[in-house]
Design a protein around this ligand. Structure first.
Ligand code: B12
Ligand code: SF4
Length: 471
């Protein structure tokens, strides 16, 4: 009988495929082990299923993001620990990558934390569970030694993704994700890490500005294979910065065309990258199916952008926006407001730019987030040095990003104004049915006059269709 490895994805509000668990699970020799992925977003009674699956398993692993997934991951790990005290419990993902030691010092429900890229580390952990390798020899982990002290091993350097086995999607029920998403959208990660240095982002800390990507030819082969099996009609690239290498992206586009994958696709693009791409480059990716890009703007103030070390000029954003609009490529332009010390003028620049980008192309969206000092970033390190208190306990981290908690850098008044702006900006610049056209007219009128008082329309719309929050 094959030995079992149980992997868990905690609850969350979107239904992206659990790429981290697929990635690590795919490295395990299927002739020796059975990998079982349980996803609390998809499967009912997920905790009960985990407890059942862990019978005779050799380890239980969970992927954990900062925020509400921590609560669920902790709860299920505690249940597993109390039913199977000898079963090793491993956490990996962004939160353990940042707080490996803190987690192990707080809870006995977790035995090992994996930091950063996890494929090779997880294989070595399996070797350890089989008695072939010492934990101290495994790079990129924290663990409790036989005296109960938390030990941390050295950094594991980024492994070339082409040397890893391809992700095996048969580890999950792909059809269930299509159903939940309400579209045959295939999630895929083609690279790990990011070369840039934005000071609000954890990536430079976790991946040390390293980057590795799968070769286009291998991607082409994978897509042909999965297309035949799953008949997807959209690919959602989850890479941090998909367009990192322009030539590579061109080759990927050509693979999609040559292999007749016949699928639209969406990915992340930086403003400077879009600015550098020629009109021909844009035509090419569009013809291969590009339907949407996500271009992080963060701020409409050049001064703020420079402070964030985005290494992007506002004119780059405009050039990218124009090239996309001309080809009917939709763009998500996320903004962040409420950085420590951010002035009202800077926030106003952001709201103005958001409105203009929306007006440029009705398929554009401009979500506005409030700055939260996510761990691992330069700004967070700086505010902590100035006395800002970060959460310490896991439960505090779990409550960290509840929507509506805006941090100390946004007053209640400013929050109210921004929320109203978000509503009217959305209503003003999206396609409407005839019945809701008056709402569009009112919203544009309000924005023109910067009149956000008495937001009756907002109240009514939100009463009739409440939004789902992220955490
Ligand atoms: C998909 C996604 C989501 C999905 C989560 C889907 C899920 N599985 O539950 C949704 C849409 C829900 C989401 C939400 C948010 N996300 Co998000 N998201 C991503 C995204 C784009 C891809 C994640 C992914 O699948 N990566 C591919 C896999 C292969 O990589 P990986 O997760 O890093 O896993 C590797 C290692 O970490 C490790 N590993 C991971 N898990 C495990 C488990 C074990 C046992 C082991 C051994 C190893 C291991 O091995 C893997 C292979 O090397 C990442 C960016 C990115 N490219 O990673 C952001 C990212 C993870 N998200 C982020 C943020 C900030 C958010 C939001 C706060 C966004 C917002 N503004 O509201 C929210 C809230 C999160 C929450 N608290 O619920 C941050 C990280 C924050 C953090 N510290 O946790 C990221 C890194 C983006 C960024 N650069 O800022 N997100
Ligand atoms: S915000 Fe995007 S581009 Fe900047 S460091 Fe993070 S992943 Fe890289």
């Amino acid at each position: 009988m094959k030995k079992k490895i149980v992997l868990y994805n905690p609850t969350a509000v979107f239904f992206d495929m659990p790429l981290a668990l697929i990635a690590i699970g795919s490295q395990i020799d299927p002739s020796k082990y059975e990998v079982q992925i349980i996803d609390a977003r998809i499967q009912r009674d997920a905790h009960a299923r985990v407890l059942e699956a862990c019978e005779n398993a050799i380890c239980f692993g969970a992927t954990v993001l900062t925020g509400s997934p921590i609560s669920d991951a902790l709860m299920v790990s505690q249940k597993v620990k109390s039913k199977y005290p000898k079963l090793p419990i491993v956490w990996g993902g962004w939160h353990p990558s940042l707080f490996a030691t803190q987690i192990l010092e707080e809870t006995k429900a977790v035995d090992i934390c994996v930091k950063s890229q996890g494929e090779e580390t997880f294989c070595e952990l399996i070797e350890h569970f089989e008695g072939h390798l010492d934990l101290a020899q495994i790079q990129g982990i924290a663990y409790r030694d036989s005296f109960g002290f938390v030990q941390s091993t050295g950094k594991r350097h980024l492994k070339d993704m082409n040397e890893l086995r391809a992700s095996d999607y048969s580890l999950i029920d792909v059809e269930e994700y299509f159903q939940k998403k309400n579209q045959r959208q295939f999630d895929y990660i083609s690279s790990a890490g990011c070369r840039f240095r934005c000071t609000f982002c954890a990536d430079p800390f976790v991946y040390e500005r390293g980057w590795t990507g799968i070769d286009p030819e291998r991607m082409g082969q994978e897509f042909s294979y999965w297309k035949k099996k799953y008949q997807f009609d959209d690919i959602n690239f989850q890479d941090e910065t998909f367009f990192t290498k322009r030539k590579r992206v061109e080759q990927i586009a050509q693979e999609l065309i040559d292999r007749q994958v016949n699928s639209s696709w969406a990915a992340t693009l930086r403003g400077d990258q879009g600015n550098r791409m020629s009109e021909e480059n844009f035509d090419h990716v569009k013809s291969s199916g590009l339907r949407r890009v996500l271009v992080g703007v963060e701020s409409g103030s050049q001064e703020m952008m420079d402070w964030l070390k985005k290494d992007i000029k506002i004119e780059h954003i405009w050039n990218t926006a124009r090239k996309c609009a001309e080809r009917d490529i939709a763009v998500i332009f996320p903004f962040i407001v409420g950085f420590p010390g951010e002035t009202d003028k800077s926030v106003k620049h952001s709201l103005d730019l958001a409105q203009k980008l929306n007006a440029l192309h009705l398929e554009n969206t401009t979500p506005i987030f409030y700055f939260k000092p996510y761990p691992g970033s330069k700004i967070t390190t700086d505010v902590v040095a100035q006395g800002h208190q970060l959460p310490e306990l896991l439960q505090e981290w779990a409550n960290f990003d509840f929507v509506g908690s805006v941090g100390p850098w946004v007053s209640a008044e400013k929050f109210q104004m921004i929320e109203r702006f978000k509503f009217y900006n959305k209503m003003a610049w999206r396609k409407h049915k005839l019945s809701t056209r008056p709402l569009q007219v009112i919203s544009r009128w309000r924005l023109r006059r910067s009149f956000l008082d008495l937001p009756i329309e907002k109240y009514l719309v939100e009463k009739l269709s409440p939004q789902q929050s992220l955490s």
